[in-house]
Design a protein around this ligand. Structure first.
Ligand code: PLP
Length: 375
C-alpha cells in the first residue's frame, strides 16, 4: 500500500528524499563527493562550526557527560541549562526563560498548554505553530497573511471575556518578510489577548540578534511570549520561550514536550550559550551577513529574475511554474550552487529560496553571480 502511495507522490513530483552532507554545515558543503556552495542553510552567522562553540561543547561533554539521562523534572538538566535560561532571558530583554528541546516541540507543547479559548493564527505560520493550534482545544481562526484588519475583525467577533491568543512567526520562512508586530502588540493589548511571537529566523539576525521586538523598537510586555530557537543563527540546537515568570512555571507544569522528554545534552546547551556571547560581542557578524545579503540583491537585480528583497537573509526568487523552477535549480546545481526549489503545496508560487550567511566569501558570491549569469 505504501509503495503505491509513494509512487503517487513521485508521479506528482512531490516525493521528498533525505540529503546528507559529509562535511560540516557551512557556506561550502560536500554532498555525495561534490563540493557545493550552499545557499540553503539557516546557519546565518556561520556559528555551527565555530571553534569556540566546539570547544564549549567538548568542555561540557567532559564535565557533564553525553546524554542527559532524564527530563528536567528528574534532574536531567544541569546548571548550564539554568545559566542558559538566565542568559536568553537577558539577551531577549524579558523576565524569564525556559529551554525546550526544539522549536517544533516548543510550539506543539507551549501553545496548547496555554489553554486559551480562541487562537488567531497567521495563514503563513510555520507548520509547528499550525500543529500546536491543532493540538489545543481552542477554536482557531486563521487570518490573512499579515492582515491586521482581518485579524481585528476576527478578534472583534468573539466574546470579549473569552481568553485569546494571537500567534505569529516574526520572520516568515518562505518569503523572509516580517510580521506587523507593532500592530499585533497594539491589538493584543486592546483585545486582552496573549501574543506569541516565533522568532526562529529572527534570533541572531534582527535587532542586533535579540530578535524582532528589539528590531522594531518594542520592549517586553506582560502579555508577550517570545519563542525562538538555538538551531538557526545560533548554530546549536533546541529552543526557548521568554515570558513572565508565572507563565514559565505554568509551562514547566503543563507543556507536555517539556515534561515528558529528556533534557537536551549539556554540550548542546553550552554551544547555545557561547553563541549568544559571540553575538553580543561581535556585531560585525550581523553586519557581514547584511553586506552579503546586499551583494545577493545586486546580483539578482542585474539578472532580471523576479525576486523579493526582504529585510532578512531569506530571498525568494520566483518562477512561473514547477518545470521552470526545477530546471533552474538543476542548472545551478550543475554549476556547483546548492539552492533548492520550493514548490506548491509548500508555497503558492514556485521559487528558489536563497538564504545567505555571514560565512559566504566574496569568492562564493562571485561564483554565484557567474552561475546566475549563465542561466
Ligand atoms: C525552524 C522553525 C521552527 C522549528 O524549530 P526546530 O528547532 O528546527 O524544531 C519553528 N518555527 C519556525 C518559524 C521555524 O522556522
Amino acid at each position: 500500500m505504501f509503495d503505491s502511495r509513494l509512487y503517487e507522490l513521485e508521479r506528482q513530483g512531490l516525493l521528498r528524499n533525505i540529503l546528507s552532507r559529509s562535511s560540516p554545515q557551512g557556506p561550502r558543503i560536500n554532498m555525495k563527493g561534490r563540493l557545493l556552495i550552499n545557499f540553503s542553510s539557516n546557519d546565518y552567522l556561520g556559528l555551527s562550526n565555530h571553534p569556540l562553540l566546539k570547544e564549549a561543547a567538548i568542555k561540557a561533554l567532559n564535565e557533564y557527560g553525553g546524554g542527559s539521562g532524564a527530563s528536567r523534572l528528574l534532574a536531567g538538566g544541569t546548571e548550564l541549562h539554568e545559566m542558559l535560561e538566565d542568559k536568553i532571558a537577558r539577551f531577549k530583554e524579558g523576565p524569564s526563560g525556559l529551554i525546550l528541546n526544539s522549536g517544533y516541540t516548543a510550539n506543539v507543547s507551549c501553545i496548547p498548554s496555554l489553554e486559551t479559548q480562541y487562537i488567531f493564527s497567521d495563514e503563513l505560520n510555520h507548520a509547528s505553530i499550525i500543529d500546536g493550534c491543532r493540538l489545543s482545544r481552542a477554536k482557531v481562526y486563521i487570518y490573512r497573511h499579515c492582515d491586521t484588519g482581518h485579524l481585528e475583525e476576527l478578534l472583534y467577533s468573539v466574546p470579549g471575556e473569552g481568553s485569546k491568543l494571537i500567534v505569529t512567526d516574526s520572520v516568515f520562512s518562505m518569503d523572509g518578510d516580517i510580521a506587523p508586530i507593532k500592530k499585533l502588540v497594539a491589538l493584543a493589548e486592546r483585545y486582552n489577548a496573549l501574543l506569541y511571537i516565533d522568532d526562529a529566523h529572527a534570533t541572531g539576525v534582527l535587532g542586533k540578534g535579540r530578535g524582532s521586538l528589539r528590531e522594531l523598537g518594542l520592549s517586553h510586555r506582560p502579555f508577550i511570549i517570545q519563542m525562538g530557537t538555538f538551531s538557526k543563527a545560533l548554530g546549536s540546537f533546541g529552543a526557548y520561550v521568554v515570558c513572565e515568570e508565572p507563565i514559565k512555571r505554568w509551562f514547566i507544569n503543563r507543556a507536555r514536550g517539556f515534561i515528558y522528554s529528556t533534557a537536551l545534552p549539556s554540550s548542546i546547551i553550552a554551544m547555545a550559550y557561547k553563541a549568544i556571547e559571540i553575538v553580543e560581542t561581535t556585531p560585525s557578524l550581523i553586519e557581514t551577513l547584511y553586506l552579503n545579503k546586499e551583494r545577493l540583491i545586486s546580483i539578482l537585480k542585474k539578472s532580471g529574475l523576479e525576486f523579493r528583497d526582504s529585510e532578512t537573509p531569506i530571498i525568494p526568487v520566483f518562477f512561473k511554474d514547477n518545470e521552470e523552477v526545477m530546471r533552474v535549480s538543476e542548472k545551478l546545481l550543475n554549476e556547483g550552487i546548492y539552492a533548492p526549489a520550493i514548490r506548491p503545496p509548500t508555497v503558492k508560487m514556485p521559487r528558489i529560496r536563497f538564504t545567505i550567511t555571514a560565512a559566504h566569501t566574496e569568492e562564493d558570491m562571485e561564483l554565484l553571480e557567474r552561475a546566475i549569469n549563465k542561466l
